[in-house]
Design a protein around this ligand. Structure first.
Ligand code: FPP
Length: 240
């Protein structure tokens, strides 16, 4: 049986879990954990850029995260706003285009304006796309696409997979080849449910603040050894 050796993934999607546990283990506050998480995110964006991975999606704030204590939600928003302000020049200099997956309209005004400004300023980035999933819910993304398709008046028989994809936040982008979730949890938590149908799933115990470029390389090495079959038999694949 021929082993299909993968190239680098074209799209990596990450669930950055474990900031709170990382902080707790060190006797620090959850806020300290999120601040360390931001530093890790910055490093991983650059590591993906250096490794020529064209698409990276980071789960920064889920719709369900609104249920956290108010002070933590505000802190997360202020860290994300600060991150956008601090990183925009670096993104422009590195040809990184920022995109947002999620409902921007209901985010607090300072977050919205930081996002809109970063989107505008990075719009010409041609080397890499970084998608920030902000106020994102995968099921809501699917419902939003259904509503938009229905509103377009299209004949139901004419709705294809392509029609559907064109109404997702990820329109025009390849599906994630690799999903990484840190901190031991083994679930996707409403993250890109349509797009991850064939993704390889990598779970590690490392808490997000400790997820270094070396850890990323471990995930990439694991990915390179996976046989991706897309529903075909191994024999069919080796004939391709
Ligand atoms: C998980 O830790 C992380 C989040 C809730 C998302 C926020 C992520 C960051 C602030 C990292 C930086 C991101 C960007 C894009 C700059 P948790 O609080 O769920 O950890 P726990 O499960 O251990 O409590």
């Amino acid at each position: 049986m021929e082993q299909i050796v993968n190239e680098l993934p074209q799209h990596i999607a990450i669930i950055m879990d474990g900031n709170g546990r990382w902080a707790q283990q060190r006797g620090l506050t959850r806020g300290d954990g999120h601040r360390a998480g931001v530093r890790a995110a910055r490093q991983i964006v650059m590591a993906c850029r250096e490794r020529h991975i064209p698409f990276l999606t980071l789960y920064a704030f889920s719709r369900e995260n609104w249920g956290r204590p108010r002070a933590e939600v505000s802190l997360l928003f202020s860290l994300l706003t600060q991150f956008l302000g601090d990183e925009v020049e670096n993104m422009v200099a590195n040809g990184i285009r920022l995109q947002v997956f999620g409902e921007v309209g209901t985010l607090p005004a300072p977050v919205r304006s930081a996002l809109e400004s970063a989107l505008r300023r990075t719009a010409k980035g041609g080397e890499m796309t970084v998608n920030l999933a902000m106020n994102y819910s995968g099921r809501e993304e699917i419902l939003r696409a259904v509503r938009r398709i229905a509103a377009s008046g299209i004949n139901p028989g004419d709705i294809t997979e392509e029609t559907f994809r064109a109404h997702l936040y990820s329109a025009g982008q390849p599906d994630p080849d690799l999903v990484i979730r840190t901190s031991g949890e083994r679930r996707l938590s409403n993250y890109l449910p349509f797009q991850t149908a064939y993704s390889e799933l990598y779970f590690c115990e490392t808490h997000w603040p400790d997820f270094t470029p070396a850890e990323l390389d471990r995930a990439l090495a694991w990915y390179a050894g996976r046989e991706r079959r897309f529903g075909l038999t191994s024999d069919q694949l080796s004939e391709k």
